[in-house]
Design a protein around this ligand. Structure first.
Ligand code: NDP
Length: 464
C-alpha cells in the first residue's frame, strides 16, 4: 500500500503545471493536478494565445490599406468585436480541453478545484471538500496583474484579464505601463480603431530592450497615431456621471477615456495557498523561494513558473517543468537554464530580440562592433507604407562572438527564435558572414552586414 495517494500533486493547470503533470504521469507516476479556473492558465486563457489572436485582428486595417498599391480595391471594411470575442473563446475552449485531456490521457487525475496546502504532504481540494496526500507537491499557480492598490480609483480600471472579454470595444483607452503588456495592448486597441494613449513612468518604453529598438518603436507607434506620454503616471482615477473615466496625471493634466487599463507588472499567486501551514518560505513580492533546482525550503515541495518570479515567460515555465521532472523522477538533477532567452514583443512593428542590448554589452565588454541596418521592407515599396525595419547585431570585437541580435519589423519574433539557436551556440560574426543569404528576405540583412556601423570603446560610441 503506497504511503501517499499520489506520487505528485500539481497545484495550477497552466503551461508549467500541466507539462509537469503530463510528463510525470507518462513516466508511470501517480499524478493529480488541480486548477481552480480553467486548464491552460494565463498563457492560453488570458495571455499569449488570445493576445496574438487580437494582434492578428488589429493588423487587418493596415493590410487593407497596403493592398491598394498592389492593385486591389478593398471595399470599406467594418469590424465586429463580439465576433472576434466569440471566435477567440471557441479556440481557447478547444486549447483548454487539450491541456486537460493531455494529462488525463497520460494517466493523471484532473480536478476543477482550488487546492491549498494543509501540511507538507496534504492538499485540501476545496471544491470537493476533501483532502488528498502526495509524496511530491509542485506549486505552479502563476501570477496575476499587479492591482496597483496605491492608486486612488484603481477599482475603476481594467487589467489584461478583462481586456480579453470586454462587452464592447471602447472608443478610447488609456494604458499605464511601458512593458510587454502595455505596449502590445496599445497597438492592439489602436489597430482596432480605439483612440489610445500610453502612459509610462520612465524615459522610454520597454526598459531592458536595446535603446535603438525602443526609440524606433516609439516613433513608429506615434506615427500611427498612438499617444505616448513618458515620465508620466496616473495620480488618481475618477468615474464621471456619464460613465467616462477621468485620469489625473502627475503633470496636472486630466485625461478622459472610456477604459483605463493598468499593465504595471504581475505578482505571484501565493495568497491563502497554505504555504505557511506547509512551512514554505516566500520572498518580498510573495514569490515562492526556490533553489537552483526549483525545490523550496521544504524538501518534497517544488515550485515553477511565474509563482517563483524568475523569468515570467511561458516557455521558461515549461522548461522549468521539464527540469523538475528530470530532477524529481529521473534521478538526473537538472537546473533550468535562464541564459540567453530569445523573446518577442508583439507590438506593431514587432520586436524580436536575443542576448545583450548594446548598453548592457558595453558595461561588460571593452570593445564592441555594432552592425546595424535600417531599410524599407520590400512589401512596403508598393504599399507606400513608410515604416522601416531595423536589424542590429552587437559583437564582442575581441572574440567576434555575437552577443546580441535585435530586430524591429515584420516577423521579428520568428527571426528571434532562429537567432536564439545561433546565439545560444555562441556563434561568431564570422559564422554569420559565411552563411549564405536567403533572397529576397528581410532576414538576409543579418548575414550581409559586413562592415561595422560603429564601434563602442569603453562605453563610448566611435566611428570605424
Ligand atoms: P513588465 O514588467 O513588462 O512591465 C511593467 C511596466 O510597468 C514597466 O514599464 C514598469 O516601469 C511599469 N510599472 C511598474 N510599476 C509601476 C508603477 N507603480 N507605476 C507605473 N508604472 C509602473 O510587465 P507587464 O505587466 O507588461 O507583463 C508581465 C510579464 O508578462 C512580463 O514581464 C513578461 O515577462 C510577460 N509577458 C510576455 C509577453 C511576451 O512574451 N510577448 C507578452 C506579455 C507579457 P519600469 O520600466 O520603469 O519598471
Amino acid at each position: 500500500m503506497p504511503r501517499y495517494d499520489y506520487d505528485l500533486f500539481v497545484i495550477g493547470g497552466g503551461s508549467g503545471g500541466t507539462r509537469a503533470a503530463r510528463v510525470s504521469a507518462a513516466l508511470g507516476k501517480r499524478v493529480a493536478i488541480a486548477e481552480e479556473y480553467r486548464f491552460g492558465g494565463t498563457c492560453v486563457i488570458r495571455g499569449c494565445v488570445p493576445k496574438k489572436l487580437f494582434v492578428y485582428a488589429s493588423q487587418f486595417p493596415e493590410h487593407f490599406a497596403d493592398a491598394a498599391g498592389y492593385g486591389w480595391t478593398v471595399p470599406e471594411a467594418s469590424f465586429d468585436w463580439p465576433t472576434l470575442i466569440a471566435n477567440k473563446d471557441k479556440e481557447i475552449a478547444r486549447l483548454s480541453s487539450v491541456y486537460e485531456s493531455g494529462v488525463e490521457k497520460a494517466g493523471g487525475d484532473t480536478f476543477h478545484s482550488r487546492a491549498t496546502l494543509v501540511d507538507a504532504h496534504t492538499i485540501r481540494l476545496e471544491g470537493e471538500d476533501r483532502t488528498v496526500t502526495a509524496e511530491h507537491i509542485l506549486i505552479a499557480t502563476g501570477g496575476r496583474p499587479n492591482p496597483h492598490a496605491a492608486l486612488p480609483g484603481h477599482e475603476h480600471c481594467i487589467f489584461s484579464n478583462e481586456a480579453f472579454d470586454l462587452p464592447r470595444l471602447p472608443k478610447s483607452i488609456a494604458i499605464a505601463g511601458g512593458g510587454y503588456i502595455a505596449v502590445e495592448f496599445a497597438n492592439i486597441f489602436h489597430g482596432l480603431g480605439v483612440d489610445t494613449t500610453l502612459v509610462y513612468r520612465g524615459k522610454e518604453i520597454l526598459q531592458r530592450f536595446d535603446m535603438d529598438l525602443r526609440s524606433r518603436l516609439h516613433e513608429e507607434m506615434t506615427a500611427k497615431g498612438i499617444r505616448i506620454r513618458c515620465h508620466t503616471i496616473f495620480e488618481r482615477i475618477e468615474k464621471r456621471d456619464d460613465g467616462m473615466l477621468a485620469a489625473t496625471l502627475n503633470s496636472g493634466d486630466v485625461l478622459f477615456a472610456d477604459e483605463i487599463m493598468l499593465a504595471i507588472g504581475r505578482i505571484p499567486n501565493t495568497e491563502d495557498l497554505g504555504l505557511e501551514a506547509a512551512g514554505v518560505e516566500t520572498g518580498a513580492r510573495g514569490e515562492v523561494l526556490i533553489d537552483a533546482f526549483s525545490r523550496t525550503n521544504v524538501e518534497n515541495i517544488w515550485a515553477i513558473g511565474d509563482v517563483t518570479d524568475r523569468v515570467q515567460l511561458t516557455p521558461v515555465a515549461i522548461h522549468e517543468a521539464m527540469c523538475f521532472v528530470e530532477t524529481a523522477f529521473k534521478n538526473n538533477p537538472t537546473e533550468p537554464d535562464h541564459d540567453c532567452i530569445a523573446t518577442a514583443v508583439f507590438s506593431q512593428p514587432e520586436i524580436g530580440t536575443v542576448g545583450l542590448a548594446e548598453d548592457e554589452a558595453a558595461k561588460r565588454f571593452a570593445n564592441l562592433e555594432i552592425y546595424s541596418a535600417s531599410f524599407r521592407p520590400l512589401k512596403h515599396t508598393l504599399s507606400g507604407r513608410q515604416e522601416r525595419m531595423l536589424t542590429k547585431l552587437v559583437v564582442d570585437a575581441a572574440t567576434r562572438r555575437v552577443l546580441g541580435a535585435h530586430i524591429l519589423g515584420p516577423d521579428a519574433g520568428e527571426m528571434a527564435q532562429i537567432l536564439g539557436i545561433a546565439l545560444k551556440a555562441g556563434l561568431s560574426k564570422d559564422d554569420f558572414d559565411r552563411t549564405m543569404a536567403v533572397h529576397p528576405t528581410a532576414a538576409e540583412e543579418l548575414v550581409t552586414m559586413y562592415k561595422p556601423t560603429y564601434l563602442v570603446k569603453d562605453g563610448v560610441r566611435t566611428t570605424c
